[in-house]
Design a protein around this ligand. Structure first.
Ligand code: ADP
Ligand code: MG
Length: 728
């Protein structure tokens, strides 16, 4: 008994010593080696085609068929020289994963020979078998099929012997079936709106790009141990498991250096990422036991999203090579830090200015304040949508727990900027006297220090924090596609900036000076969005109370939070920003609900099976041993046996009690699931799963974890937390 667990451990412990593969050349020499980037394009394309393609990338200009043919042919030559035989449109459907359909470069011809073929038509468009991707009913309403189309703003890359062409996925009637189309539309919208606003300060600005720097957390677990945990295999998280004696108490003292085996994996991951042009140069930390984090340099948001998606695939693939499995789930282990993915977001102009970075002059600082205050206002007005963008079955275990940003959205800006906003709020309404204006410019706006990065002034408990030159959205889950959070942030900000422009222009029209008009509108925004700003401890119970009294929402019901993505207000936001129409928004909301309830359904099934087939038989088995022991004692000692078997009898009683509760609760859970499954409507069904099925998980787990502590270690079938977390 316990043989799976011990076989798994044995296999793990008997592995050969680790050898860390040192890179053959400097890391910078690998950079972008597998990417059809600008350098490769300029080498392989005729000058005219290269120029047009660059124009299309930078300015969104159309690419005609002739140029597409030339790009296809250049791509194929470049790829073939690198051993590539197949190509695929690489896209991101609503499942959150990536999808690809491989086609060979060669096509057979009628005379029985084959020719190499890859032209503009194949580059630009491909038809995957789309019927199995979730689409939230879009395809039923419209066309049965969807197609993928080349996204020239993200460069093609090579994985193995396949050329991957980043693509969008749309229905024949043009509805977005993926996460990328809405993102591209949102980026377009923010570009337009922000460029307009920049004209107040600098007429040379022609383009504004949203930037994203993500920080990816994940766990590694030995693959043999992983395979012996059906819950990890099927749900990505442990449904049972008692906290280890040595948990995270020792924190930083213990997790200082990365163990060798993990180091070997990280080294390979780093090289492979760099070859694909993912700029992971900052750090690879160990955060909790067997938990790691990587933070690349920020990039234009669309590229950063693709790179994060690609990076997640790489983590999983390379982990397997090193006999690890990667856990991207937000909360694989109860009682141990979960995994998030901070999304650092800012806006950059084509003149090289970071719009969320304070500058040297009052003028550049007024520009900074404009974008800064508008962001706060946008988050204030659309906190529910922002939360809906990050909520999921996995992330619900992390949010609001004492480790991750709470489910209440608030903005932290630090004491220096708080006092600046307080001063600005005091400015008198309407026209200003020259003295007042000078005073404001010199002593308030002019005094914002260029560098705000003061580490003592950092608040780690805020879900949306200003960190000196960018906002950091910390509530995003580790497994999420950042496209969703980025779509929402950029959409609400685009709308906000448009409103701002209208308000300022109206005041200018009334005869107000431009900067006074800007001050006036900002002052109103500062006043009306004040309640979203919170500088205190976001994990404290007091904050929950205070937030309620401020009128902020704290949705702890996941289904309700999910529904906010398809609310009237959300549809208005997306329509106004030209990001999604009502059908597209509702389709996503439906897919989210489906996904949520499917995950709960799977977890409930796995939990029931594990309890019945693993836990209960093991507990009964151990009970039998105790019973045998007691009856043996009776034979030896006769009536005197009672005194000698006190402990055993107590144990038998306690185990019997836990066994009974587990059996009863599992039966009740299965009944609740059956009832929920009868419900047709997705919203009601998800709600039934949340309210009626999910509460059993914790209840059953409590008793199973108690048994884990009591039953003979040799008999326990599931690898324990101490093994999963500390085997290195
Ligand atoms: P932490 O949040 O753990 O303290 P850092 O301050 O090192 O970590 O976070 C840096 C992250 O912020 C990196 O991912 C980096 O790429 C990103 N970042 C820095 N500047 C910008 C910017 N202008 N736009 C977007 N992301 C940025
Ligand atoms: Mg961070």
């Amino acid at each position: 008994m316990g043989s799976i667990r011990f076989t798994a451990l044995g296999e793990t412990l008997s592995r050969k010593p680790i050898q860390i593969q040192e890179p053959e050349k400097r890391l910078s020499e690998y950079f972008g080696e597998s990417v059809f980037n600008l350098k490769a394009m300029s080498e392989y394309l005729p000058e005219e085609a290269y120029k047009q393609l660059k124009e299309a990338i930078n300015r969104g200009a159309k690419i005609d068929r002739r140029i597409a043919d030339q790009v296809a042919s250049a791509m194929r030559s470049w790829a073939s020289e690198r051993g590539v035989t197949h190509y695929t449109h690489w896209f991101q459907p609503l499942t959150g994963a990536t999808a690809e359909k491989h086609d060979a470069f060669f096509s057979p011809s009628l005379d029985g020979t084959a020719i190499d073929r890859f032209d503009g038509g194949q580059l630009v468009q491909q038809e995957p078998d789309a019927s199995s991707f979730p689409s939230g009913g879009i395809r039923n309403t419209f066309e049965a099929r969807g197609y993928t189309a080349w996204d020239p703003t993200s460069p093609a890359f090579i994985i193995g012997s396949t050329l991957c062409i980043p693509s969008v996925f749309v229905s024949y009637t043009g509805e977005a079936l993926d996460t990328k189309v809405p993102l591209l539309r949102a980026l377009n919208s923010i570009d337009e709106a922000a460029t307009e606003v920049c004209q107040y300060f600098d007429r040379k600005v022609k383009k504004v790009a949203a930037t994203l720097g993500w920080e990816q957390e994940y766990f590694l677990v030995d693959s043999a141990l992983f395979n012996a945990r059906p819950d990890l295999v099927q749900c990505g998280r442990t449904l049972f498991g008692h906290a280890p004696a040595r948990g995270q108490q020792l924190d930083d003292h213990y997790f200082g250096s990365i163990p060798e085996r993990a180091m070997a994996f990280i080294r390979e991951l780093e090289i492979e990422s760099i070859k694909l042009g993912i700029p992971v140069k900052t750090r690879h930390n160990e955060v909790a036991p067997n938990q790691f984090e990587a933070a690349p340099v920020f990039e234009e948001a669309n590229l950063a999203v693709d790179h994060n998606t690609l990076y997640k695939d790489l983590i999983e693939k390379i982990a397997r090579k090193h006999d690890f499995r990667a856990l991207l789930h937000e909360k694989p282990y109860a009682g141990v830090n979960g995994s998030g993915k901070h999304n650092n977001w800012s806006l950059a102009t084509d003149t090289g200015v970071n719009l969320l970075s304070p500058g040297k002059t009052p003028k550049s600082n007024l520009q900074f304040l404009t974008f800064f205050v508008n962001t706060i206002k946008a988050v204030h007005d659309h906190a529910d949508l922002l939360r809906a963008a990050i909520v999921s079955a996995g992330n619900e275990h992390r949010l609001g727990a004492n480790e991750a940003p709470p489910s209440i959205i608030s903005v932290f800006i630090g004491s220096q900027l708080t006092s600046v906003l307080d001063e600005l709020e005091k400015v008198s309404k309407g026209k200003m006297s020259p003295e007042e204006k000078t005073e404001l410019k010199l002593n308030v706006v002019g005094k914002i220090p260029e560098i705000l990065l003061d580490n003592t002034d950092r608040n780690r408990t805020s879900p949306f924090a200003f960190t000196g030159n960018k906002f950091e959205f910390r509530a995003v889950g580790s497994s999420a596609n950042c496209a969703i959070a980025m779509t929402v942030i950029n959409s609400i900000m685009a709308n906000q900036l448009k409103e701002f422009k209208i308000a300022v222009d109206a005041k200018i029209k009334e005869g107000m000076k431009k900067d006074v008009a800007i001050f006036n509108v900002l002052r109103d925004y500062i006043a009306s969005s004040k309640k979203i700003r919170f500088e205190g401890d976001g994990y404290s119970d007091n904050w929950v109370k205070e937030a309620v009294s401020r009128g902020l929402t704290n949705k702890t019901n996941t289904v309700e939070a999910l529904l906010d993505f398809g609310s009237e207000q959300a549809c208005e936001v997306f329509e106004k920003a030209n990001v999604m129409n009502k059908i597209e928004v509702e389709a996503r909301s439906e897919v989210n609900l489906e996904e949520y309830l499917m995950r709960l359904q799977i977890e409930s099934r796995v939990l029931g099976d594990l309890a019945r087939n693993h836990v209960l038989p093991t507990a009964l088995n151990y009970m039998n041993r105790l019973v045998e022991n007691v009856s043996g004692l009776k034979q030896v000692f006769g009536d005197d046996f009672k005194k000698r078997s006190k402990v055993q009898l107590e144990l038998i009683d306690t185990i019997a009690e836990h066994v009974e509760v587990i059996k009863t609760k599992v039966d009740e859970m299965i009944e609740a699931r059956k009832q929920a499954n009868k419900i047709e409507e997705a919203k009601e069904k998800a709600m039934a799963y949340f309210q009626e099925v999910r509460p059993f998980f914790e209840e059953i787990r409590y008793h199973v974890d108690k048994l884990e502590l009591m039953v003979d270690d040799e008999l326990w079938p599931l690898p324990k937390y101490r093994e999963l977390l500390f085997t290195r």
